[in-house]
Design a protein around this ligand. Sequence first.
Ligand code: SF4
Length: 414
Amino acid sequence: MADIRNVEASKDGANVGEPTMSDTGKFSRRDFLRKSVLGLGLGALAGSVVPAAIRTALAEEPSPAPSPIPKVKRRRLGRTQIEISEIAGASDSLGERLLFTAAWQAGINYFHKADVLFHNEWARSILLKNREQIYLDVVIDNTGEDGAYNEFERKRQQIGSDYVDFFKVHSTWKTVEDFKTTRGALQAYDRLKKENKVRWLALSTHGANAPDVLVAAMESGLFDAIQPAVQNCGDNFARVLKVAQEKDVGVICMKTGAAVQGKRAEFAKFGDPAKPFQTYYRYLLSQPGVTAIVCLTKNMNNLRENLGASGQPMTKSEVDSLRLALARAPAGYRDCIACGQCHGACGGLAVADIMRYRMYAEDYGDHEMARTLYRQLPADRRLAAATGQGVQDRSCPYGLPLVAELKRADQWLG
Ligand code: SF4
């Protein structure tokens, strides 16, 4: 899931090392002078007839050098025995060449959704020259054996490698019963393993039953790594980590951006207030059983902040205090885990969808898509959201104030 800082950063194209106005929040004197010169159409003359005072000011006040990109530490990924970077790369955010190169040089050696990145020739050439030092996963959404097999092969061929390290089943199983009865993806994995096209089996999952499905998968002994959406696990995250440790299964936390939005005040008490993501990642990496975090990285400043979490563990008492602070913080629409438990009590109102549309608008800045989706809801459902009529305010077990959050959504989207 994207987060607002990344969406903003990608829109301003700030994927370069030098700070911009959006990096600092204000123009420096040098920015002002430079823009004044360009704004007056004097750029071509800057070396000749631009007033000496401006040239002197430009020369005297160099932009501050960007701080170096921190090196990332590595950890053993469970029984696979491989060592992966504590910060893993989300391929869907590293598609800019300089950014990917910086991430690789900083030590990131695990890439999630690898086909999204390595179909680029420039990324593939680094991959193939360093194939044994880089680890990749591809997401498998298909449930049937042939569908899953073909999906893997299509993605492997896009990457251009003889093998992909992880065949990662993604949220195919909504319940433990599903996991026990729907085996097509596992049969596809077995075939690919015999053909030496894959090395290990992983599971990424989110949704209401995620903790139970993850535990059942690990207890089956089939899985080498998991990617839990931490927010979806709620209080069960510790249980998931405990089983992972018992079974020596690697854990890469995903969907790690949304949890920070709305909780900045809590993170500010435990780390640099300007770097809430770094504080959250330090918190996650300090929990026994966690191997790595996968997080979106849209520009160099994101990369610095994310990598700054590596090798900076919190004490147990800090972890416990932050956990308590997060639990006590007021819940909002970003905390909706789309479990659907409130829908029946609210007359079938698609509360989870409306919360998601609000996130598209407020956090991702995509008002048009959010409004389009919201306006596709039946008029009586939009009226219920706007007025709170028929909404059971206390029906969310996670404490979301439904009436207030839905009314606010209607103000954004209606
Ligand atoms: S508002 Fe609460 S109960 Fe309703 S879908 Fe979201 S998390 Fe579940």
